[in-house]
Design a protein. Sequence first.
Lengths: 438, 184, 186
Amino acid sequence: MGAIKDAWQQLTWTWKPQGGRESGDSIVRNLLLHWFPAKVNKESLSFRYSLWLGTISAVLFVILSVTGVILMFLYVPSVERAYPSVKDIEFAVSFGWFIRSLHRIAAHLMVAVVFLHAARVFLTGAYKNGTAAQQNRPINWVVGVLLLLLTLLLSFTGYLLPWDQLAFWAITVGTNIARAAPLVGDRIRFLFLGGHEIGQSTLLRFYVLHCFFLPVFVAFLFAWHMWRVRKDGGLACVDRLRLRQKAEKVAPIKAKTYSLLGITRGRRVHVETSLVNEDLHTVDSSPNLTRRILLVMLVTVAVTALLAVLVAAPLEEPANPRVTPNPAKAPWYFLWLQELVSDTTIRIGSFTINGALVGGVLLPGVLVLLLALWPFFDKSSVYAVGTWFTKERRRQNWVFLILALLIAILTVVETFMRGPYWNFYWPWEAWPEVPRRF
Amino acid sequence: MNFDSRDRLWIYLSGTAILVISLWIYLGYFRPEWKDYQSDFREVVAKRFGPDRAREIPSGIQQVWAKDLDRVDRCVTCHLGVEWKGLENAPEPFKSHPREILTRHPASKYGCTICHGGQGYATDTETAHATTIEHWEEPLLGKELTASYSVSDRKALMQINCNTCHRYDAQTAGADFVNDGNNW
Amino acid sequence: MKSPKPSAEAEARAEAGASPTVAKARRRFLSKLGIGAVLAAIGTQGYALLRSLVPNVLYEEPRRLKVGPPDQFPEGATFLENQRLFVVRERNTLYAISAVCTHLGCTVEMLSLPQPKSVRINGQLVEERREFHCPCHGSKYYGDGTNYSGPAPKPLACYKLEVSPDDGQLIVDFDQPVNRSFRLTA
């Protein structure tokens, strides 16, 4: 009995440290915990600052990976067996309907949460450097934008896999927009599709991208993203705290602590071991940070599971290249693009510029580039870092919010108010009946 | 700044929420619709044929895999009496299937939906009969559909599916409406 | 004589002393309940994930299936290719013997003997009309399935035969192996 208790103690002490010294030790001696700093800033732990959106998207990624691996045992990526295998998952596999629904809900939530996380970072100016040495938050912002694009691509490749009408035609619309890119458009589409038409090679390519390559890229970029956060001294609110400290003229602390973050400045080896007064502003990561992470994990799983039970995953008729559904829509996160594409065809006399080029390639291309490179254009001072809605960055925050709102409006209009033949219908207007067999 | 007890409360609450959701899911796992039909069938058989035959009745999802037609039909999960002799006047879904046509078109080779329509993949009544659901274009060609189209002969609509294979036959035994149409 | 009443002060102290312990015990109980709920939640979700990988339906030949009316099987052995099975009729008795070699699973070949051969199986003299030889590694079996040569470790399996009460067809049940002496009278 005593031996079992000892073994249990050996396994779990790092999660329940007694006192500051054990807490620091547990960070160093536990494989999972060594990713965290020994002490974390109290401000970073607050829900109000970051809304923990980054953690939520990471948890959603884990949910997707776990349910995804299970689904890989059950789904068959061949054009003959894909649809029947999804039907089998829905009806013949125990809990299959739930695992599929959980996977789908987590996927849609992840696209939304990753975007919200990007918005939060933008609105708090957390892509800016503070006053500490060797920070490079702009790079981390670019890594983040890449992660956002990868998230969209993961969702897009996964969308095709059920091989039903919804999947087939959504990908038809999406890949045809890509075709409008000048010079390389057709070639990109050819490689993406593995041919001229969406068929077996497309399905297999999308499957391998979705299950292997894109998740591996995400994992790598995620590791870099986290590493950069540590290297930059933590969340941007820590820099804000430090600047306030400077204003208060607090003497720099030269005492060594258990923090693993050492920053040097100047030519002498004067180790400034942390940005702020640790005793006042930090708490032990184990158990405070770990407990909050557990909290966020459980709440995210609960919300996702609840939505998965309440909202059924759709599965329409089997994919039929000869029958186009009316209307045929891209996945919701590309609907704003589809709307732009249908509205931005420019005709000057006999000269036509395809809307797919303007609305589908140029406009989003410019927006994404602007988004990624904005930190390098931002001229605001260091005092705007890590704060919600500072006066200094008011204009850029407004522009961002307005653009985000426009995209949201387009998405809503597209979802509910575009009907058959792309005609506009108010929400209370009924759509005309589309012919069916019975 | 760090609310130890508040965090713990939320951890316990969300854990309980997930547990409640799990229990709701497990309810569907332990008591699916077909389980009740299977236990009812066992009772019917025990009463008519004795407990020995009732014991032979399989439990769980049953399916017929018609390889040549690339179809899988799970109708027999509930329609357990289809190949039994002696259940001609049993209530649905336990009724025996008319003998003659089943001998010419055995269920193990043809399945069920190739003639009757419906969604073979499904394991609950509404989705399987597919008369009221979206996105399945082959509803059960039975009572409900004949009623809504006001067709007098209950079996008439099924003859549509005879044509799946017998389209180029001059006459098909048992498909009177189709034969009439061919005569024109 | 009555014991002296405790002073008001002592009473208050006693109450103050009692409630922290009760509150602590209640907190500990709720804590245990909460942790239990979290563990149970993880457990039920984990079980659901793993249970989904145990197949409920199989895209295979059924384990218990009809192979045709008994009259369809002539005197001697009939090979059913899809089921890898020999259905043998000896006058009015039938039995089913597997064609799967017990060594490494190849399908054995039947050798019809031009003259019935007398062999000694388990001390008894038996007349056999056929033998089964495996082409893969040379295992040899007598007509009743007994292995007598080659690497095969066990005799060929025999499966239960029944007559279906519905339409009189022969049913073979691969989930019910039987003794080599099993015979169905039809």
